[in-house]
Design a protein around this ligand. Structure first.
Ligand SMILES: Cc1ncc(COP(=O)(O)OP(=O)(O)O)c(N)n1
Ligand SMILES: Cc1nc(C(=O)O)sc1CCOP(=O)(O)O
Ligand SMILES: [Mg+2]
Length: 212
């Protein structure tokens, strides 16, 4: 029943290219992804303090809001609340999603990582979207779960009651396969952050997404 309710409730995910920041990312990198046409931004920084991340989020929010891009905070509920961000993303080891949902404001999204089909059955109603992966092994997240490939991604996407974003080792050439797997978006770190032209790299991903 919870699943059916979720299916009927509109997700606030903005489909397309979702940029997840690397540790230590400056605001210029986020703004480059924004200019390149990214649909969503996630501040993910395992090294920053809560105060630093909150300040970074507050500095970015006016420009992102003006451009219509939701800002999601990785892992840290207190930062998402203090900054008034558009949502929080947590993984399977980041605490109880039902508790996060209860703490978030009604307008704030909760994204949840799903690394296997079994995680869907434990997912509470109210999760806005899932990040499914890793599709491929990636050096960006050394502690990642075993890769699920595009077949695993399609299986999860078909079964999920909310939109799926693919993540993990994805490049421009993977956009079509992610769309074919039924995804509403692709989330990337290095495909944008490690390019010498992050804005151009984002633009190329967005073009591939729209053509796919
Ligand atoms: C969109 C999206 N999907 C998955 C993740 C991974 O979250 P998690 O499993 O909690 O791992 P960390 O990012 O915290 O290392 C994500 N961040 N975003
Ligand atoms: C943050 C993150 N989560 C993953 C998951 O599988 O849950 S993979 C990952 C890192 C994605 O970085 P890149 O695009 O550079 O591979
Ligand atoms: Mg996490």
């Amino acid at each position: 029943m919870g699943r059916e309710r979720d299916r009927d409730r509109a997700s606030r995910l903005v489909p397309g290219v979702y940029f997840v920041t690397p540790d230590g990312a400056d605001e210029a990198l986020v703004l480059a992804a924004m200019r390149g046409g990214a649909a969503m931004i996630q501040l993910r920084d395992k090294r920053a303090t809560d105060a630093e991340l909150t300040a970074r989020a507050r500095r970015l929010l006016p420009a992102l809001r003006a451009a219509g891009l939701p800002l999601i905070i990785n892992d840290r509920l207190e930062v998402a609340l203090a900054a008034g961000a558009d949502g929080l993303h947590i993984g399977q080891g980041d605490g109880d999603p039902a508790e996060a949902l209860a703490a978030l404001a009604p307008g704030q999204m909760l994204g949840l990582s799903v690394e296997a089909l079994a995680h869907l059955s434990a997912m509470p109603a109210g999760v806005d979207h899932i990040g499914a992966g890793p599709v491929r092994s990636t050096a960006t997240k050394p502690d990642h779960a075993p890769p699920i490939g595009f077949d695993g991604l399609a299986e999860i996407t078909r079964a999920a009651p909310v939109p799926t974003v693919a993540i993990g080792g994805l490049k421009e050439a993977d956009v079509v396969a992610a769309r074919m797997a039924g995804c509403a978006g692709i989330a990337v770190v290095s495909a944008i952050s490690e390019d010498h032209d992050p804005e151009g790299a984002t633009r190329a991903l967005v073009r591939a997404w729209r053509q796919g």
